[in-house]
Design a protein around this ligand. Structure first.
Ligand SMILES: NC(=O)c1ccc[n+]([C@@H]2O[C@H](COP(=O)([O-])OP(=O)(O)OC[C@H]3O[C@@H](n4cnc5c(N)ncnc54)[C@H](OP(=O)(O)O)[C@@H]3O)[C@@H](O)[C@H]2O)c1
Length: 261
């Protein structure tokens, strides 16, 4: 487990960084690369203490190094304000350990970004039960497990942001998308219901639905598409959510590349 370490009620105390999220503590799942990495770096730049997680150590360490660089630039006297934890979010026991490690490192979680996700595509008749279980456990069950774990603390503090990274595939159907779309359509429903459960407690549960983003998720071809969205575009959407006025609730953002071709 690597360490960097700091927190805010809409998570904010303002003592460590001069950023809008100074004092906030953020856990971003699936943040060793791609969209999760961009979100983690953006939240750190805004002043939040950040915990990142993934299953593989090397990419996680690389992102942790980037977070440390961000923190150095924000405040050269800052010792440690980020932390990396190996965790498979599809496992209930690993989620429990992740939450405990996060709170030990950066304090109560004020921002949870459920970003970890995987895809598998092909005609439904060719899909296995194991694929169904892996995709649904990673993309949907994990969000239930993590949100359920952080909600009581957020309720006690009367504030918090839970941001779920879904997809336009959570709103649209396409051939070959049965299992992935099922996980993301499920995530849309889970998000909307959690939002209703928690909004009276001052907690915003929102969903970001990007179209195709140039990351390793879609393979090398997608990563090189000139007009595709960038991971930073999704990070910008997350920034918009966490920096909105306290009485405002952006519940859903859809993001498309401007040019289709
Ligand atoms: N790229 C797109 O076109 C696109 C479009 C719309 C929505 N999305 C959504 O955006 C999210 C991020 O996608 P991305 O494009 O950034 O994908 P990516 O580049 O493949 O990154 C996925 C991240 O999730 C981690 N991860 C995967 N399974 C995990 C698990 N069981 N436990 C913990 N971490 C796990 C990966 O690390 P390890 O492999 O080391 O665990 C990695 O850090 C996903 O939810 C995806 O569905 C992507």
């Amino acid at each position: 487990m690597a360490q960097m370490s700091e927190t805010n009620d809409r998570g904010t105390s303002g003592s460590l960084h001069d950023g809008p999220l100074s004092g906030a503590s953020a856990l971003v799942t699936g943040s060793s690369r791609g969209i999760g990495r961009a979100i983690a770096l953006r939240l750190a730049k805004l002043g939040a203490r950040v915990v990142i997680c993934g299953r593989q150590r090397s990419a996680l360490d690389e992102t942790l190094g980037m977070l440390r660089d961000v923190n150095k630039n924000l405040d050269e006297n800052l010792g440690a304000s980020a932390h990396a934890q190996i965790a498979d979010v599809s496992s209930a026991s690993e989620v429990a350990a992740l939450i405990a490690a996060t709170e030990a490192a950066i304090g109560p979680i004020s921002i949870l970004v459920n970003n970890a996700g995987i895809g598998s595509f092909g005609p439904v008749q060719e899909q296995s039960e194991a694929t169904w279980d892996t995709i649904l456990d990673t993309n949907l069950k994990s969000v239930f497990l993590l949100s359920r774990a952080v909600a009581p603390g957020m309720i006690a503090r009367g504030a918090g942001d839970i941001i779920n990274i879904s997809s336009l595939a959570g709103l649209n159907a396409f051939a070959g998308g049965a299992i992935y779309c099922a996980s993301k359509w499920g995530l849309q429903g889970l998000t909307a219901c959690m939002a209703e459960d928690l909004r009276a407690h001052g907690i915003r549960v929102s969903v970001v639905c990007p179209g195709s983003v140039a990351t390793e998720f879609g393979g090398k071809l997608a990563a090189n598409k000139p007009n595709a969205l960038r991971a930073e575009d999704v990070a910008h959407a997350v920034e918009t959510i966490v920096t909105q006025a306290p009485n405002s609730f952006i519940s859903q953002l859809q993001i498309r590349p401007l040019r289709k071709a």
